[in-house]
Design a protein around this ligand. Structure first.
Ligand code: HEM
Length: 141
């Protein structure tokens, strides 16, 4: 299921379910020439990190192959965060996503009922109308 997970990761990259989270600076530090004083509240953004062309060439292009080989550099692909507060259920989420994808793809073809349905972000990205689809079971041989 390596390719399926590459596809899922690309979805998590283009539309991270959690846009980012807050941190507090434990000490003064300099980032990109800006001095961040101890105690400041910071927001790290998965969404804008994944849009960095330096790490994700053509970031708007849907390209699961970018996860082949070693994949993106550490701390650039962060849908589950990074470091000590990283999502503790990342592997469970991976299993659930892959089981869902496997069953959907193996058992059905489908078509979207609303073509080009908009994605709204409030605060999680969601299809505006709930992504209604029509399922067609594969014919049994
Ligand atoms: C696609 C699915 C998921 C995504 C994208 C996701 C994403 C994240 C992210 C980005 C964080 C870090 C927030 C931060 O740095 O402050 C986080 C933390 C957390 N996640 Fe997930 N998560 C997912 C699924 C789950 C599931 C299925 C569970 C539980 C069954 C879970 C439980 C938690 C908990 C308890 C934390 C807090 C960890 C801490 O603060 O130490 N997550 N998640």
């Amino acid at each position: 299921m390596k390719y399926s997970w590459n596809v899922a990761q690309e979805v998590l990259s283009v539309a991270p379910p959690l846009q980012g989270a807050f941190r507090e600076a434990l000490q003064d530090f300099v980032f990109n020439g800006f001095t961040i004083p101890k105690g400041w509240k910071l927001y790290w953004s998965a969404n804008s990190t994944h849009k960095s062309a330096a790490y994700f060439p053509e970031p708007q292009k849907f390209d699961p192959t970018r996860f082949e080989g070693n994949g993106p550099a550490p701390y650039t692909f962060v849908p589950f965060g990074g470091g000590p507060r990283m999502c503790p259920r990342k592997e469970y989420a991976r299993l659930e996503i892959l089981v869902f994808m496997h069953n959907l793809v193996k058992r059905f073809k489908w078509e979207a009922i609303i073509p080009d349905e908009k994605i709204v972000v409030d605060p999680l990205p969601m299809p505006a109308k709930g992504l209604p689809i029509r399922l067609f079971p594969h014919k049994k041989a």
